[in-house]
Design a protein around this ligand. Structure first.
Ligand code: ZN
Length: 451
């Protein structure tokens, strides 16, 4: 019987109890086993009973029922020093209206990124506000020691939480955990933020990875004078892929017959649209199966199709090989060889006569030093083996880990309508992503901050 299990499973020491069931709520009157108490003030065992006090506590660890436990707590008076005290209440924390076990379960459930305050409340037959209160009072992340390798990135977020559309995220490159989230990536906000971190700590930062955003570079140079700055290679590759795409699109538009249905359009327009991923994918990753194209009434494999596509216009072919060469360079080059090879590539971008690649040339020239730094590998930060026999390798400086973190943030943001306040959102994100966010032994009082 579930009511009896309640007392067996729950680690609490009530001796006597009475209960009645009303709907899905079990009302319990519970009394502790009387133990030999001593006065907490003077240690005297000479004490007398001095009435009782009651406290009603919600216990919601069973999924089908909510228990409302009225705890009858004995009051004592010390015969020696007149101190008044209560018997030890192991069922709930002082001033807490939920049992310790319920608090624990709420916090466990909130660790999962797909849980929302609503879903946890529904599960446990308590109110959403109960869940939010527990979270706000028991979890209060504050950043610890500054890691020696940082990744800067931003996260676009819906507007009702903070006026700023971009959050600034600082990730510990080695542990792949969040160091902190700042409500904006504006320069003055970041200046205020980093100037509060002691200089001595900032001087220990060895590397910072970022994308090509002027503000981050300024901030890194000013506040982290000993740090080597590296531009995340994914962002560089994306810029080159965008240049490739704009060459493809401008070629494609020359053939555009503006038909309603793409199948009726010019074959070149159709092909350049349908197989657009050929231009930005690694050739080895494309399927090597033969296939029939109905519109052209032709059989292709990836070799013949690529040739067909590139023959449409010499500009396409040029852009394609520039992109592919950069991709190969980015994937395989060592830090020692990177500068020399990078300069050859930049030269070819410059002389390509393709304006999107000329633009890339200009940007990459500006950031050259920091792009080359991204080929540095970190011996004590190893890759996670994807397959059984993979040997972990030193990781390259990059912001790659942030992608996974961003996906989790999206999930929480989409799921949680309870985030009218940035502090709570940040707290929850870090609580979900970082492995060991401490749970407070003494919960905070309810404040303006968390209502
Ligand atoms: Zn006493």
């Amino acid at each position: 019987m579930i009511y009896n299990n309640f007392f067996k499973d729950t680690n609490f020491d009530f001796d006597r109890f009475k209960f009645r069931v009303v709907g899905k709520v079990v009302y319990i009157d519970a009394y502790y086993i009387t133990e030999d108490e001593i006065c907490p003030a003077c240690g005297s065992p000479h004490i007398s009973k001095n009435g009782t006090t009651t406290k009603t506590v919600k216990h919601c660890t069973y999924h089908t029922l909510l228990f409302m436990v009225k705890c009858h707590i004995q009051r004592y008076k010390c015969k020696l020093c007149n101190n008044i005290f209560y018997e030890k209440d192991t069922f709930s924390n002082p001033k807490e209206t939920l049992s310790k076990e319920s608090v624990f379960i709420i916090l466990e459930k909130l660790k999962l990124s797909n849980a929302t305050f609503e879903s946890v409340a529904r599960d446990l037959h308590i109110s959403r506000q109960n869940v939010i209160d527990v979270f706000d009072r028991y979890v209060d992340y504050s950043p610890g020691k500054l890691p020696d390798i940082l990744s800067f990135d931003e996260k676009h977020i819906n507007k009702n939480m903070t006026d700023n559309v971009y959050l600034f995220i600082i990730v510990d490159f080695k542990s792949i955990e969040i160091y902190d989230i700042v409500h904006s990536r504006h320069k003055n906000v970041l200046e205020r933020y980093f100037s509060k971190i002691p200089l001595e700590d900032r001087q220990k930062v060895k590397y910072i990875t970022m994308d090509m955003w002027e503000t981050y570079l300024d901030i890194a140079k000013r506040y982290f004078k000993n740090a080597i700055i590296a531009i995340d290679s994914f962002h560089v590759m994306r810029m080159i892929n965008n240049a490739m795409n704009s060459v493809r699109i401008s070629t494609m538009q020359k053939f555009n017959l503006k038909t309603e249905n793409i199948d009726d359009n010019h074959p070149y327009y159709y092909l350049l649209k349908k197989y657009r991923y050929y231009f930005v994918s690694e050739f080895d990753d494309l399927s090597s199966k033969r296939f029939y194209n109905r519109k052209l009434k032709m059989w292709f494999d990836k070799h013949s199709l690529l040739k067909y596509l590139l023959d449409i216009d010499p500009k396409l072919e040029k852009a394609y090989y520039l992109t592919a060469r950069y991709r190969e360079f980015n994937k395989t080059t060592s830090h020692e060889k990177a500068l020399e090879e990078f300069e050859i590539l930049l030269d070819d971008f410059y002389y390509s006569n393709l304006s999107p690649f000329f633009e890339v040339f200009k940007t990459l020239s500006t950031w050259k030093e920091y792009i080359i730094n991204s080929f540095i590998t970190i011996p004590d930060a190893l890759t996670k083996p994807e397959k059984k026999n993979d040997i972990p390798k030193p990781r390259r400086l990059s912001s790659g880990a942030i992608e996974g973190i961003n996906a989790i943030i999206d999930k929480i943001n989409i799921n949680g309508n309870g985030y009218s306040n940035f502090w709570r959102f940040k707290n929850r994100v870090i609580y979900v992503i970082n492995k060991n966010v401490p749970i407070l032994n003494t919960p905070k009082k309810k404040t303006k901050n968390n209502i």
